[in-house]
Design a protein around this ligand. Sequence first.
Ligand code: 13P
Ligand code: SF4
Length: 336
Amino acid sequence: MNIEEAILKVPKRGFLDIDIDPTLDLFAEIERLKKEKNAVLLAHYYQEADIQDVADYIGDSLGLAQYAAKTNADIIVFAGVHFMAETAKILNPTKKVLLPDLNAGCSLADSAPADLFKCFKEQHPGHLVVSYVNCSAEIKALSDIICTSSNAERIIESIPEDQPIIFAPDKNLGGYLNKKTGRNMVLWNGACMVHEIFSLEKIIKLKTRHPNAKVLAHPECEEAILRVADYVGSTTQILQYAVQDKTTQEFIVATETGIIHQMQKDAPEKTFIPAPPNNSCACNDCPHMKLNTLEKLYLCMEYETPELVMDEALRKAALKPIERMMEISRKVGLIK
Ligand code: 13P
Ligand code: SF4
């Protein structure tokens, strides 16, 4: 397929399907393209190791959104999933936002279709809607405040106690927050396919074999897993916890396996064991995140497609609850 044909097929395929010369040094090419195009490459911790290694910034959803909001680059290349690139575009309407594969979605975001959520909201008049950032722009536009796994507890705590709240789309994070804050938020019944796969039984067996290991879990995990966790936090928070914990050498990590790459880089003397899933597949790899490859990344930078484009009215509506999140985060001292 020639380049013109491949570009025409991007909207349908989701990515540029072009053969690359196998002798090409993709790391050097990506560095060259960054400089030539004044592009910044942002990557989530769940990306494959090669992509993390070539990124300018690696972070959790909050860190990535904050970085995107303040960059001077002309092009933001987002190695993550669709809702993350969308958030970058919402914050940067004048910048070109590229992503290696448009099909890199999120099972959690997909679990909240906007039309059904609108009906759900109408069934709960007087409720404030707090949505986890892992949702579509349409859900954001139906929300009052966005939160991420890093700031969710503080965001909920900033809301008056007598204010009824709908929390969407993650029932596991919502349930965890209800427990932590003593609220009784109405929860949308959504979940992440990766974080629901961990086996409590296998984690307990692992703990028996590694009695000094601490369990680190992402709050998208089911309640039973969170109950046995020594620490619960966002990807950045569990990474920092593992690096800073001076007394522990071994950690069982209950989140997507990509994070282990940074853990091993930042604390090479420690051992990180991926929490086992409840079957024999590699289900704690996010199939959406892992759609991005170094080849697709190089191609999207070279040909500046796929690009994330958004309807301006939707963008403006989705921006409001993100700004509210930033405002509250500033007020409670989470960001400057
Ligand atoms: P973090 O914001 O904690 O990185 O979470 C993103 C995510 O998709 C978790 O599944
Ligand atoms: Fe979505 Fe889960 Fe993948 Fe995170 S790990 S991007 S929540 S499907």
